[in-house]
Design a protein around this ligand. Structure first.
Ligand code: SAJ
Length: 412
């Protein structure tokens, strides 16, 4: 049987590779020429531990092929982006375009799986679009028309551990019909060692959003405690460490804000689905989104206290020990600091990259430097990411510096 995977990004490509490793004929589809060029040559268009060799193998043995057009297949998996539009509403235009691409190929008996993180109702929306274009087909076999099955199978893998978690995590699969959910389960079970739990499509959509909102709300709690602790003159890291000694308390860590492509996005899909009842989820988003500005204020105060105008920014990635700078609070902090007239230079240290991305490189106040140079040049140091090399910083190296340690790395 064959699978077409539409959208070969951080989730679609690893998923295509594991299906191909497990006996499926996989056809990858992407709109980007660069992605097609890279993948067809067995090259990875982004960094992910353990994926490069696996990709090469399945491309070389012909079990994964790629094209720009959607070919015929028994199963279609849609894993395209769902960005924002307007006031944090989900923009379903990529899902719609992927759907339109597969509609002409349908003859009946296919399974269509939506993998993209989506607002509640998106799987039904997709099915409605297919049915509107193809009145000869049905979702449940009514009137004897051929059936097309629809399911949602959200992804929960952690960037950096995708190849492990794809196989080992439990999955939730929701169908528009129980039969659709079962068909999707049978397909994913060919590589997934975790348990696969079946439900309806809307519950599956909400489950994914709920998991990331849970984390966002808990990080917001830690971030709020960090503001309160500053106000009270106590150490938030010690506070959390001690509170976590309670057997039923497990507070997460404060930071300079929440980055990444999921946790800072998904809660808004719940908020826009029910604005009236989502006060806590919305407030958590606001607390976390307010944190970068708070850090910037602290840096500004430190600069004026030291009478200096150069600041070292340690870490640009959205979390520790990765090279992913997209949606990173540290990047927005570096850019906003560079915009301040009282700042003459921002010395950025990011051990996981060799050159600054365009957004930062275009600003001549921002320089990518070594840790050593940053420490030599600046009296004010903002530690924004808990990368391994920063954990080795000693108090001696920081003597005489004003340190804004947003991750509690030094002395903890
Ligand atoms: N962060 C904190 N304090 C913490 C933990 C995290 O400030 O105690 C920050 C990180 O620095 C980072 C952001 O939160 O900026 C998000 O990092 P993360 O490691 O919590 O999550 P992601 O975005 O890498 O991956 C999440 C995961 N979801 C959950 O843990 C519930 C992953 O399993 C999902 O598959 C992924 O989102 C996704 O694709 O939805």
């Amino acid at each position: 049987k064959s699978i077409a995977i539409i959208g070969l990004g951080y989730i679609g490509l690893p998923t295509a590779v594991v299906f191909a490793q497990n006996g499926w004929k996989v056809k990858g589809v992407d709109v980007s020429d660069r992605t097609i060029e890279y993948v067809s040559a067995g090259r990875l268009p982004f960094v992910e531990e353990g994926l490069e060799n696996a990709l090469k193998e399945v491309v070389d043995n012909g079990s994964l092929t790629v094209s720009k057009e959607t070919p015929k297949a028994d199963i279609y998996i849609v894993s395209v982006p769902t960005p924002f539009k307007g006031d944090h509403e989900a923009d379903l235009s990529f899902i719609d375009a992927a759907t339109d691409g597969l509609i002409p190929q349908l003859v009946g008996d296919e399974l269509i799986v939506l993998e993209s993180t989506s607002p509640p109702g998106a799987t039904q929306h997709m099915a409605d679009r297919v049915m509107a274009a193809r009145p000869d087909l049905s979702i449940d076999g009514s009137d004897g028309r051929p059936v097309v099955h629809f399911a949602h199978a959200p992804e929960r893998v952690l960037p950096g551990r995708i190849m492990i978690e794809l196989v080992s995590n439990d999955r939730i699969i929701g169908g528009l019909t129980p039969e659709a959910a079962q068909m999707a389960k049978d397909a994913y079970a060919t590589f997934c060692d975790g348990e696969i739990h079946l439900t309806d499509a809307t519950t599956a959509e909400m489950a994914k959003l709920t998991e990331n909102s849970f984390r966002d709300v808990n990080i917001a709690f830690a971030n709020e405690l960090s503001l309160i602790s500053d106000e009270l003159g106590i150490d938030v890291w010690e506070l959390i460490r001690l509170a976590n000694k309670h057997p039923r308390v497990n507070i997460l860590q404060p930071g300079p804000g929440v980055g990444g492509h999921c946790i800072a996005v998904d809660p808004w899909f719940i908020v826009s689905a029910d604005r009236k009842n989502s006060n806590l989820i919305r407030t958590a988003r606001e607390v976390n989104d307010g944190k970068p500005n708070y850090v910037i204020q602290k840096v500004a105060t430190a600069l004026s206290q030291t009478g200096t105008n150069k600041v070292a920014v340690l870490g640009l990635a959205f979390k520790a020990d990765i090279d992913d700078l997209r949606e990173s609070p540290s990047v927005s902090i570096a850019l906003d600091l560079a915009d301040k007239p009282e700042v003459s230079e921002v010395y950025a240290v990011e051990p996981n990259i060799t050159e600054l991305p365009k957004k930062l490189a275009g600003n001549d106040k921002i320089k990518l430097v070594s840790l050593e140079d940053a420490l030599n040049e600046c009296e004010v140091i903002a530690l924004l990411v808990d990368h391994a090399p920063f954990k080795e910083l000693t108090l001696g190296q920081l003597e005489g510096k004003k340190l804004i340690d947003t991750r509690g790395v030094v002395n903890n």
